[in-house]
Design a protein around this ligand. Structure first.
Ligand SMILES: Cc1ncc(COP(=O)(O)O)c(C=O)c1O
Length: 379
C-alpha cells in the first residue's frame, strides 16, 4: 500500500498545546510576561544552566549571541559552510565576517585542521554547528578556542536534548543557541534561546531583545514596563511572546518521554535497516546520546538526485541539508574553494524523521531506498 505523502518533518502539536494557548488568551496578555519567564525557568532547570534567555527565533538568538560577545565590526568568525543560511546571516547581521570552513565528512561538523589554516589576526570567534544533532569533538573545539583566544557561539539549533560526555548540550560551554521553530526537537511555534553562564552576555541579550531598554525584562516579569529608561546599544524586537512560550512549556514537558525516545527509535531503525547497503554511507550509530533532528545519509556514485526523485515519485518527501553557504552570491560564490564540502553536499539526502512517523511509513521509506539502490535501479 502506498501511503499518503510521507512528510520529511512535522510540527507535533495537539490538544495540550491548544489548551495552553487558550490559557494565554484568557489571561489577555500576549506579549512577553509570566509564560516566557516560566519557560525560561523550566529550560534552566532542564539544562542545568545559569542563564536562559528566550528569543523569537533561533536566528535572532545567534544574532544577539554574536552581538553580546564583545567582538568588533569586521572581526572574523570561523563557521562550517555546510550549515543553514541562518548561521551565516546571523554573523553578517552582527557586522562580522563569516569564514567558511570544511567539515569532517563522517559527521559534518567543523574540521578544526581546516579552520586552523584560516586563522588571521581578525579571527575572534568560532561557531560550531551541531549538524544533525552531533556536536563532534566539542572538547577539542573549546581547546582550539582557548589556544586562539576565540569566543565560542554554539549553533545548537538541531541539538536540543543531545548528551555530550554525560552532559546536556547547553549545560556547559560559552554561549549556546537553540531554535524552537516548528519542526525542531521541541517547538514554541517560532522561537529560540541563548544559554550562557556569562552574566554580562546574559544581561546584554536580555536588553537587546527588547530594543536595548535597560532591565526591561525584569520589569515585564513583574507585569510592569519601563517608561523612563536608558539605552546604551542597538537592540531589536526579538523577545518571545507568552503565546509561543506556552507552547514551548508543553513541548518541554513532552520531550523526555515522548519526542526524544521516538526520534531515537526511528533513527536506530533506519540505521539497522540501511547499514551494509552498497552505495550509501550512514552517519554514526550514536542514537543513545543524540536526539536526531534530521536523518541525513550520503548517497555515493552520483546517485543522490536519482534517489531523491525516486522517493518523491513514491510520495516520500526528502531534503538536502545544506547548500553550502560559500557558494551563495552574498558570501562570495567561490566554487571550488571547499572541495570536501562541495563533494559531501552532492551526496547528502535527508530521509523523513519526526515523532509522528509510523513504523509502516518508515518501512515503506526503507523499502524504497533499498529498491532504488538495488542493481536494477541504480545502474
Ligand atoms: C543549523 C541551524 N541554525 C540556525 C537555525 C535557525 O533557527 P530558526 O529557524 O529558529 O531561526 C536553524 C533552523 O532551521 C538551523 O537549522
Amino acid at each position: 500500500m502506498i501511503p499518503k505523502t510521507i512528510r520529511l518533518s512535522k510540527s507535533i502539536v495537539g490538544s495540550t498545546e491548544k489548551d495552553a494557548i487558550a490559557c494565554v488568551i484568557d489571561d489577555s496578555y500576549l506579549g512577553m510576561g509570566s509564560f516566557v519567564h516560566e519557560f525560561e525557568e523550566r529550560l534552566k532547570k532542564y539544562l542545568e544552566a545559569k542563564h536562559v534567555i528566550c528569543i523569537n527565533s533561533g536566528t535572532a538568538a545567534l544574532h544577539l549571541a554574536l552581538m553580546s560577545a564583545g567582538l568588533k565590526q569586521g572581526d572574523e568568525v570561523l563557521v562550517q559552510s555546510l550549515t543553514y543560511i541562518s548561521s551565516f546571516q546571523a554573523i553578517t547581521a552582527a557586522g562580522l565576517k563569516p569564514v567558511p570552513c570544511e567539515v569532517i565528512p563522517e559527521i559534518c561538523t567543523i574540521d578544526l585542521r581546516d579552520a586552523g589554516k584560516r586563522i588571521t589576526n581578525r579571527t575572534k570567534a568560532i561557531m560550531p554547528v551541531h549538524y544533525a544533532s552531533r556536536v563532534g569533538n566539542l572538547d577539542e573545539i573549546y581547546e582550539f578556542a582557548r589556544e586562539y583566544h576565540l569566543r565560542v557561539i554554539e549553533d545548537a539549533a538541531h541539538a536540543f536534548g543531545t548528551i555530550y560526555k554525560g552532559r546536556k548540550v547547553g549545560s556547559f560551554g560559552d554561549i549556546v543557541c537553540f531554535s524552537f521553530d516548528g519542526i525542531k526537537n521541541i517547538t514554541s511555534g517560532e522561537g529560540g534561546a541563548v544559554i550562557t553562564s556569562d552574566d554580562a552576555v546574559a544581561q546584554f541579550v536580555k536588553d537587546a531583545r527588547l530594543l536595548g531598554v535597560h532591565k526591561d525584562t525584569e520589569k515585564r516579569y513583574e507585569g510592569q514596563r519601563s517608561w523612563e529608561f536608558d539605552v546604551t546599544h542597538q537592540g531589536y524586537r526579538y523577545h518571545m511572546s507568552n503565546l509561543f512560550a506556552a507552547v514551548g512549556i508543553v513541548q518541554l514537558n513532552r520531550f523526555e518521554k515522548e519526542f526524544k525516545p521516538k526520534r531515537q527509535m526511528i533513527a536506530k531503525r533506519y540505521h539497522e535497516a540501511l547499514s551494509g547497503i552498497r552505495g550509501i554511507i550512514l552517519f554514526p550509530d550514536d542514537y543513545d546520546e543524540i536526539v536526531p533532528h534530521i536523518f541525513p545519509i550520503r548517497v555515493l556514485n552520483g546517485k543522490r538526485d536519482g534517489l531523491r526523485q525516486y522517493l518523491l515519485d513514491n510520495s516520500i518527501e526528502c531534503g538536502i541539508h545544506y547548500y553550502p553557504n560559500h557558494l551563495l552570491t552574498y558570501y562570495g560564490a567561490r566554487k571550488g574553494e571547499l572541495p570536501v564540502t562541495e563533494r559531501i553536499y552532492s551526496e547528502l539526502l535527508t530521509l523523513p524523521i519526526h515523532p509522528d512517523l509510523t513504523l509502516e511509513e518508515q518501512d515503506y521509506v526503507i523499502e524504497k531506498v533499498k529498491t532504488f539502490l538495488s542493481a536494477d535501479y541504480a545502474d
